[in-house]
Design a protein around this ligand. Structure first.
Ligand SMILES: Nc1ncnc2c1ncn2[C@@H]1O[C@H](COP(=O)(O)OP(=O)(O)OP(=O)(O)O)[C@@H](O)[C@H]1O
Length: 302
C-alpha cells in the first residue's frame, strides 16, 4: 500500500538560502510521525509544503496520492491542519469558530462531541480572545479535526501548556490515532516525541539527520547507557579502559561514571564482583531521546 504522505527530495530556499535541502520521508496510514529539530531547521517549512501552504522549489510531495499544490482543494478535505493564532478573530466565540469551520467541509464531524472530548463544552460562549493558552490549543485541535480528516498536521501542539494540559493533549492525540487518523507532529519536546511517535525524522539544517523509531534513535546515540558509582576501593585503570563498548570514563571525587552499552554495564558488574569491590550509590541510567537529539544535531546546538 502506498504511504499516506510521501515527501521526496523536497527543496525550498529563501533569498537563495536553502532552508529545506533534499528532505525525504514517508508516513504510513495510522502512524504518529514526529518531526524534531533545532530552531530554524526547516520543520515548519517542510510541513507547510505538505499542507500545500508553501510551494516547493523542487522535489515531490504526495498526500493520499495527491499533489498539495495542484490538488489543494482536495488535499484540504483530507488533511486537517492546526491553525495559527492569527487565523481566528478574537471576538469569535468557541461555538462560532466551531460552526464556521464545520461549514467549510462537505462532511464535517459533529462538533458537539468533539468539543466535549476536548473539554470545551463549558467554554462555548467564550470569545477566542478570552481563552487561556491551553483552551486555545484545544480549540485548534478541535478545528483541525472538524473536517473529519484522514491526516492531521500539528505543529508545536503543546507549546505553552502546563504539564497537566500537555498530558491531557497527549491522551487526546492517542485517541485521535486510535480512531484511524494519521498524525504528523512537529515538536520540540523530547518526552512528547518519545511517548507519542511511532517514528521520528530528525531534521537538521534542512536535511534529515536520522529517521527511526524513538528506541532506534536512542540506541544510535553515543554512550547509550551510563553507570555511575563510588567504589569501596579504587579500580585498576587498565581494566576499566579495556571494558567492552566503553564510550567514556570520568572520575570525580572518587566517583566513577562510565558510558557505553548494556554490555559495558554487565562487564562493570563482573569486574566489581571479581575484585570484591562494593559499588556505593550505584546508578544506571539509559540514554533518552534528549541525548540522541543532542548527538544527532551536535553542531547546530554547539
Ligand atoms: N517566509 C520566509 N521568508 C524568509 N525566510 C524564511 C521564511 N520562512 C522561514 N524562513 C527561514 O527559514 C528557516 C527555516 O524556518 P522554519 O520555520 O521552517 O524552521 P523550524 O525548524 O520550523 O524552526 P522553529 O523550530 O524555530 O519553529 C529559518 O531560518 C527561517 O528564518
Amino acid at each position: 500500500m502506498p504511504s499516506v504522505i510521501e515527501v521526496t527530495d523536497l527543496r525550498k530556499s529563501y533569498g537563495g538560502r536553502p532552508v529545506v535541502d533534499g528532505v525525504s520521508f514517508a508516513v504510513e496510514e495510522g502512524e504518529i510521525f514526529g518531526i524534531l529539530g533545532p530552531n530554524g531547521a526547516g520543520k515548519t517549512t517542510t510541513v507547510e509544503c505538505v499542507e500545500g501552504l508553501r510551494v516547493p522549489d523542487g522535489g515531490r510531495i504526495r498526500v493520499a496520492g495527491l499533489d498539495p499544490v495542484a490538488d489543494h482543494a482536495k488535499v484540504a478535505q483530507t488533511l486537517g491542519a492546526q491553525l495559527q493564532q492569527s487565523e481566528i478573530q478574537a471576538k469569535l466565540t468557541v461555538r462560532e469558530a466551531l460552526e464556521l469551520y464545520a461549514a467549510l467541509y462537505p462532511r464535517p464531524a459533529d462538533w458537539r462531541p468533539l468539543a466535549e472530548r476536548l473539554g470545551l463544552t463549558d467554554r462555548l460562549g467564550t470569545r477566542f480572545g478570552k481563552l487561556s493558552g491551553g483552551q486555545r490549543q484545544r480549540l485548534f485541535i478541535a478545528l483541525a479535526l472538524i473536517g473529519g480528516p484522514r491526516i492531521v498536521v500539528l505543529d508545536e501542539l503543546t507549546t505553552g501548556l502546563d504539564p497537566r494540559a500537555r498530558r491531557d493533549t497527549w491522551q487526546l492525540i492517542e485517541d485521535v490515532r486510535a480512531s484511524g487518523v494519521t498524525v504528523l507532529l512537529v515538536t520540540h519536546f523530547m518526552e512528547e516525541a518519545q511517548r507519542l511517535c511511532d517514528r521520528i525524522a530528525v531534521i537538521d539544517k534542512g536535511r534529515v539527520a536520522a529517521l527511526d523509531t524513538p528506541a532506534g534513535l536512542i540506541h544510535r546515540s553515543a554512550g547509550a547507557t551510563v553507570i555511575s558509582f563510588t567504589p569501596s576501593t579504587p579500580l585498576d585503570e587498565r581494566e576499566l579502559a579495556a571494558l567492552p563498548a566503553l564510550a567514556s570514563i570520568e572520575h570525580q571525587n572518587g566517583r566513577l561514571t562510565l558510558s557505553g552499552t548494556d554490555e559495558t554495564v554487565d562487564a562493570v558488574l563482573t569486574l566489581l564482583a571479581r575484585h570484591r569491590v562494593t559499588a556505593h550509590q550505584l546508578r544506571v541510567v539509559d540514554a533518552t531521546l534528549d541525548d540522541a537529539f543532542l548527538d544527532l544535531t551536535k553542531e547546530a546546538t554547539a
